[in-house]
Write a protein that binds this ligand. Sequence first.
Ligand SMILES: [Zn+2]
Length: 379
Amino acid sequence: MHFEFATATRIVFGEGAAATLPELVRAFGAHPLVVTGASTERAAALVSALAAETFAVAGEPTVDLVREGARRVHDASCDVVVSIGGGSAIDAGKAIAAIAANGGEPLDFLEAVGNGRALAAPPLPFFAAPTTAGTGSEVTRNAVLAATQHGVKASLRSPLMLPRVALIDPELTYALPPAITAFTGLDALTQLIEPYVSVRANPLADAICVAGMGRVAVTLRRAYHDGADREARREMALASLFGGLALANAGLGVVHGFAAPLGGSFKAPHGALCAALLPHGMAANIAALRQRAPQHPAMDRYAAIARLLTGRNQASAEDGVDWVRALCDELHVPALRAWGVTEADLPGVVEKASQASSMKANPLPLTGEEILAVAMAAR
Ligand SMILES: [Zn+2]
């Protein structure tokens, strides 16, 4: 057996931890660029404590936005980048820190649609403080960017891009509205299920996935129905962190294979797409395994997932799918058509999804027809 496991140098977790951020940042730089989501409110204290420059990211990050952010770093002579926000703000900041230190055009470094050039210089020191519980981007080494002209999302990826400090303060998630809680929470669940059945699964990631799935099973509903449930918010913040650690070290699968082309072509949050696809992706994998590889180790893993989610010792792999489906209904997850995905779009999406990097870690290769069937069912 051989595996590698890389993570952020330092993970700081706890209620109130955000108050320590100015001090942590000061050790790395004198003039930070603070990257936020559309609302800059939660970063206000940090910005004033550090006399920082701010850079707001309204939607999911694009190549153009990262170019603009890197220019801001140069114009204002910033020496450290801090993201406080959801996955979009974190991925934007992560990419800005990398491009600002390396110069050049973001597309030069982008996988798939770009030149995939390796970073030569380490990024500026980068801090990530998530305000949602879902993406786990605070501990991953890639930033997902939309290359608008190409109608796809692709990653800027380098081991050098792991954030210097991941600071997770569950209090930052208390104000999340139910829909965002649902989408991000189901993204976290997807990022715990896919690495657990991935062809790159490893014992350390497995332990993290199991600990994360158990938390989602008990607390996502609670966080959705009562955003002030402190314990549920804490457990979901942990589950999100665990999902990030797992996906960065064990890969993803069919659901995230779709997230790249769909996210590049439709105005839909990443988590909402994953949530709509999750039960159908699980069902397709389980059916394909039963048909073509009943002895495959992923079969037992799907049954283990079902036991964890349902809390029943006798649960079958399919019972896990039913549990996820019921959760999506309860959390009012809309089908893909709600985001403007038409039946005519599907063949193009399927073509791109088959080529996506996440698809390579799926427990077994799915046929074109099986992949199309996932998209049809999720639409
Ligand atoms: Zn995801």
